[in-house]
Design a protein around this ligand. Structure first.
Ligand code: ADP
Length: 482
């Protein structure tokens, strides 16, 4: 089976969040199965050129039509951990810019990227059996396969999968883009198929045209069928529910391994947790908190957004800081939250450390050094940070939503089961009560705490398990009745 995964980011080349983690780790795991040949295609951003340019080889270059424009497409490649990665190079859209997303012409940039994919796969001699699109940046591929390129015989057998990593970002554009950039007619906009709220909606098109739609946890798959979580697409998802499923993400257990992680001050394992204390001291002194091993340390590593529940955290932080506790936060995002947390850092220098930056090494140290990890997301498609923290014996405090509900088993004081702490209603009161409960177990029930740590560290979050569900889905798609 030839599988081509298309995405806007993949670790270690480029990562801004969970999507990058997933696209970095899933192929590696899939390629262990010799029946699948998985390759990945990404834009060639400047950051990739700077870091990996020396190892990346040119395959060929060509020009493609993007509406009336003739655009250069360079195709580059690198094999990493047994997976072939392709990169689509164009200076104007990617390499001449510092950032990844957030440009006024993102629609044009990812329209180009998707058109380039369709235009180069034959020449790469890799017309896939399965084309797997991810999020809005590549969500239009199933539509392009079936509407724009349906006349190409070699593409007629391509089956498509769309994974929604976050339904909040849908790719809503001016309908004129259909002719202006894609060189297509307006029929599917005018008949309503790809239209939502008077926009050309890429995610809607992807959902309707993909052969299978997945999202990254079973609970989120159910939630997005409701108006509360569906962000306007719930009706479509209810309609298409037969092809929708939720497959939980894994984490890269080689990369995120407390026994080998190069970012740690000391390594540790489930049988020997001593190194965890060394990391705690190192982190405390690094971020300017008093070095104390008896105080519970709560870590936060996140995009600072409403999705991640930071309005609750800001509202309740003063209550939490009344306890003998330390909080270390690493994150960037909404300027309001950046400002609020900077304030807490200044007002409570003995208790709160605000690190408003993006730093992968510091993130690892926080996962390893903290006792608790706070992640009270309002909604969470899957979430990786809670799994990373559990792998490092740091117990998560989460809101029971989406993937958080599917991955964190709440502490049960009667039988000692659990891998963390959770609350059902998204309220400040519940957040504080659950945090206090966790602090109480930490301080007063060391045996129960240690058992929870062991359970968290030995839970199976590996991609080797998680990727089996993808493999099954791909195989189903290639059985004759499809
Ligand atoms: P999302 O993709 O919604 O942001 P996830 O929990 O799925 O959330 O994944 C977030 C990933 O990004 C994790 O690997 C986390 O460690 C990383 N991350 C988030 N913020 C930062 C930051 N400021 N510095 C370093 N890594 C970060």
């Amino acid at each position: 089976m030839k599988l081509l995964i298309a995405a806007a980011e993949a670790a270690p080349f480029i990562k801004t969040g969970g999507l990058g983690d997933v696209i970095g780790a899933l192929p590696k795991s899939l390629n262990q199965d010799k029946t699948v040949e998985t390759r990945v295609i990404l834009p060639y951003y400047r950051k990739i050129a700077e870091k990996f340019g020396g190892q990346i080889e040119d395959v060929f270059w060509t020009f493609i039509k993007v509406g009336w424009r003739h655009q250069y497409v360079g195709v580059k490649t690198l094999t990493l951990d047994g997976t072939i990665f392709y990169f689509i190079d164009n200076g104007d859209y990617f390499t001449d810019r510092d950032g990844i997303y957030g440009y006024a012409d993102d629609g044009e940039r990812f329209a180009f990227f998707q058109l380039a994919i369709m235009e180069v796969i034959e020449r790469l001699d890799f017309v896939p059996d399965i084309l797997h699109a991810n999020d809005y940046h590549t969500a239009l591929l199933p539509f392009l396969v079936k509407e724009k390129y349906s006349w190409i015989q070699a593409f007629s057998k391509i089956r498509t999968v769309l994974t929604i990593h976050n339904i909040e970002f849908q790719g809503q554009f001016d309908p004129g883009m259909l002719s202006e950039l894609f060189g297509m007619g307006m029929e599917r906009y005018e008949d309503g198929t790809v239209r939502l709220a008077d926009c050309f909606n890429w995610l809607k098109a992807g959902i309707l045209y993909a052969d299978r739609v997945t999202t990254v946890s079973p609970t989120y798959a159910n939630e997005i069928k409701t108006p509360e979580f569906g962000k306007g697409l719930d009706v479509i998802l209810r309609m298409e529910s037969a092809k929708l499923s939720g497959l939980i993400n894994g984490i890269d257990t080689e990369l995120y391994d407390p026994q080998t992680d190069p970012h740690l001050a000391a390594h540790f394992s489930v049988t020997d947790l001593k190194g965890k204390q060394v990391n705690k001291k190192t982190l405390q002194s690094l971020v300017g908190l008093p070095v104390r091993d008896d105080v519970p340390l709560i870590g936060i590593v996140s995009r600072l957004t409403y999705q991640k529940g930071f309005h609750l955290v800001v509202d309740e932080m003063i209550n939490i800081l009344k306890k003998d506790v330390q909080v270390v936060l690493l994150g960037t995002g909404d300027p309001k939250f950046e400002h609020d947390f900077t304030y807490f850092g200044q007002a409570y220098p003995e208790k709160f450390s605000a690190n408003i930056t993006f730093n992968l090494g510091l993130a690892q140290l926080i996962y390893a050094a903290s006792d608790l990890f706070l992640m009270p997301s309002a909604f969470e498609p899957c979430g990786l940070s809670q799994m990373m923290s559990m792998r490092y014996g740091t117990l998560p405090i989460v809101h029971e939503t989406g993937g958080l509900k599917d991955t964190v088993l709440p502490y049960n004081q009667f039988d000692g089961s659990g891998t963390g702490f959770s609350f059902e209603n998204f309220s400040g009161y519940q957040l504080v009560q659950t945090t206090f409960e966790a602090l109480d177990v930490y301080t007063n029930q060391p045996k129960a705490w240690k058992k929870l740590q062991e359970q968290a560290m030995t839970a199976d979050f590996s991609w080797d398990t998680a990727s089996l569900a993808y493999l099954k889905l791909y195989q189903e798609l290639l059985t004759p009745e499809h």
